[in-house]
Design a binder for this molecule. Structure first.
Ligand code: M6R
Length: 603
């Protein structure tokens, strides 16, 4: 969604603002803008379209020496994407400039009152009220003015403001939308996520809920009432981690990183045949009494949670409930001492996931989160966090983070089984330990997946089917295909076909079957016969050497033989690459699919 960057310091150029916006592009946006001090005035450039369009419009100005400024990529919520609605927004005198992520829910009332008092609005956005409110409350100090208006606002915000008369000072505030601050010898920087900050420093500070900060010669944080001491976090990601590194797309690079991601996610947690989570120390009594687990997540993270349900119910026979967070947050979920809540989120900023976690916490529930982003809101609001250690995931389609989520959940299941005195099936841990090598084998043969994808590029409909642990994989495969290739891909538990969806199938509606050599293979074979009888072409993921399945399908994508609990894991890169190659063959913007954003920070 929207992205914010701002800097102050000596030796900066307008280009620094634009370069930072390029690092934020992955979040999804439709317009971009910058405002910066030039002598004692503020100059503003904003445009509908890409950051590269803004760059072209700026031309020689990119090399102008500046003492700082603010920059924004906007993902339209209030008001269509156009030049006027792009951020930064300004007050009547064009002295105050603001960029904002989030939604000001009471913007209509505020605007009405401001207009009555003579303020002239130029955009349709909720954000513009912030500039006019600051104008009314400005007595020579931008931070104080910003602090004065916060109690008037309903909704969520990360906001950064500047005044033409206060050269070299930015004021920022957050509620519900993240902001990160960094500082090196020459610059103070503020941004909505870590990626544009890595160029400046790896030591960062996260703004907490309700805090404000003035970023200038010094960085002064103010809590709701007083000055606050802040913890400094060290970021292990490098600037290069967040670059394409020679790959055509971030998505492809991130899939290719999966063997390494698996090793990092397991490092220090899998010791011989034992699993240990430092993060769970002191929770043994609670975990041994857990009778129910409830998963909180959205999208791909929700699919990882669904896999956990099948795994845990099989391994430990405790009940696991899964629901998308956008539904769960409005349900009356029971919270008690025997229930463990697990929130899964790559970004740690997904609004529905966070709001559900808050509701559970208000009722006294215990929340363990699985997250990829250090310092993100989820990690600060959960009781415990297990980091995924997948490195920055830039492509909107989640790939390597999903693989890390699944492997961490499998390890967590093993740990819960140990705590509850249950046995782990023979062979499972051995196969898990070497799983990165299986991924390497699959990725080395990615050209075979590309060839199969080319055969299916012409189809505009797809039905993914699977059973048991193959069902969440089917859902995830279909999600990948639809989000990046705009193919109508649905997913069903194969046993449901004859209750309705099979009516869709014919020679123009292919089926993608998840059919590894697991306990449900025979049932899947029956379902495949049913769809073949309707003349649907069937492509499937099958276990290497399983000739019975091989003979039945029109096209096969092979995965190595592993313990049946691990098929969803080794299947992931195959499903991801199949979707990737179809989208790439169609010449689509794989990393930034239309209408989507990397982290969904609004409801
Ligand atoms: O950051 P999160 O894991 O909380 O994000 C949840 C979903 O928005 C995300 O998985 C989304 O479905 C991806 N685009 C899927 O590829």
């Amino acid at each position: 969604m929207c992205g914010i960057f701002g800097f102050v310091g000596e030796g900066g150029k307008v280009r620094d603002l634009v370069d930072a916006l390029k690092k934020l592009e992955y979040r999804g946006y439709d317009s971009a803008g910058v405002a910066f001090w030039d002598e004692d005035a503020v100059r503003l450039f904003k445009i509908k379209g890409k950051v590269s369009d803004l760059e072209t419009a700026l031309g020689d100005i990119l090399d102008l020496d500046i003492k700082g400024g603010i920059a924004h990529t906007r993902w339209a919520t209030h008001g269509e994407p156009n030049d006027v609605n792009a951020h930064p927004h300004f007050d009547c005198e064009r002295k105050i400039f603001v960029v904002h992520n989030g939604i000001i829910e009471n913007h209509k009332e505020l605007r009405k009152e401001l207009e009555k008092r003579g303020h002239r609005f130029v955009s349709d956005t909720d954000t513009e009220v912030l500039a006019h409110l600051i104008e009314e409350n400005y007595y020579g100090n931008i931070l104080e003015a910003l602090r004065r208006i916060l109690p008037l606002l309903r909704g969520s915000y990360a906001v950064v403001a500047m005044h033409s008369d206060e050269v070299g000072i930015l004021a920022a505030a957050r509620k519900g939308s993240p902001l990160v601050i960094g500082k090196n010898e020459n610059f103070c920087v503020v941004a909505s996520d870590i990626t544009p900050i890595l160029k400046y420093t790896k030591e960062v500070i996260f703004l907490d809920e309700g805090e404000t900060v003035s970023v200038g010669g010094t960085v002064d944080f103010v809590g709701l009432k007083d000055s606050v001491e802040k913890r400094i976090f060290h970021i292990s990601w490098s600037e290069r981690d967040a670059e394409k590194g020679g790959y055509k797309h971030f998505m492809l690079k991130e899939i290719m990183e999966e063997p390494e991601v698996l090793k990092n996610a397991m490092a220090g947690r899998m010791k011989g045949s034992k699993v240990e989570f430092e993060e769970l120390k002191g929770w043994e009594d609670f975990l041994s009494n857990v009778e129910k687990v409830k998963m909180i997540a959205c999208g791909t993270s929700h699919h990882a949670g669904m896999l956990f349900k099948y795994f845990i119910e099989d391994l430990i026979q405790i009940e696991v409930e899964t629901d998308v967070a956008s539904e769960m947050r409005y349900r009356k979920t029971k919270v008690d001492d025997e229930t463990l809540f697990i929130a899964i989120s790559q970004s740690g900023e997904t609004a529905d996931t966070l709001e559900t976690v808050r509701k559970i916490k208000e009722k006294g529930g215990r929340v363990l989160s699985l997250c990829n982003v250090l310092g993100s809101t989820l990690t600060r609001e959960s009781d415990r966090t297990i980091f995924l250690n997948a490195g920055p995931e830039i492509s909107v389609a989640s790939t390597k983070a999903y693989v890390a989520q699944v492997v961490v959940l499998l390890l967590l299941g093993v740990e819960l089984a140990r705590i509850k005195g249950k046995n782990i099936p023979a062979g499972f841990l051995d196969d898990l330990r070497d799983i990165h090598a299986r991924f390497e084998e699959i990725l080395e043969n990615s050209n075979l997946i590309r060839d199969t994808a080319r055969e299916f590029v012409k189809f505009r409909n797809f039905m993914y089917i699977g059973r048991w642990m193959g069902y969440p994989s089917a859902l995830e495969g279909a999600l990948k295909l639809k989000e990046i290739s705009y193919t109508n891909a649905t997913a069903y538990p194969a046993g449901e076909l004859k209750h309705g969806p099979i009516a869709l199938l014919d020679e123009d509606f292919p089926v993608f079957a998840i059919v590894p050599t697991d306990r449900m293979k025979e049932k899947m074979l029956n379902n495949i016969m049913e769809v073949k009888a309707r003349k649907a072409k069937v492509v499937g993921v099958v276990t290497e050497g399983d000739d019975e399945v091989f003979r039945l399908l029109d096209h096969t994508l092979k995965i190595p033989k592993v313990h049946e609990y691990l098929y969803p894991l080794v299947m992931a890169p195959v499903l991801q690459l199949f979707a990737y190659f179809i989208a790439d063959e169609r010449g689509l913007d794989v990393d930034k699919p239309r209408n989507l954003a990397k982290s969904v920070t609004v409801e």
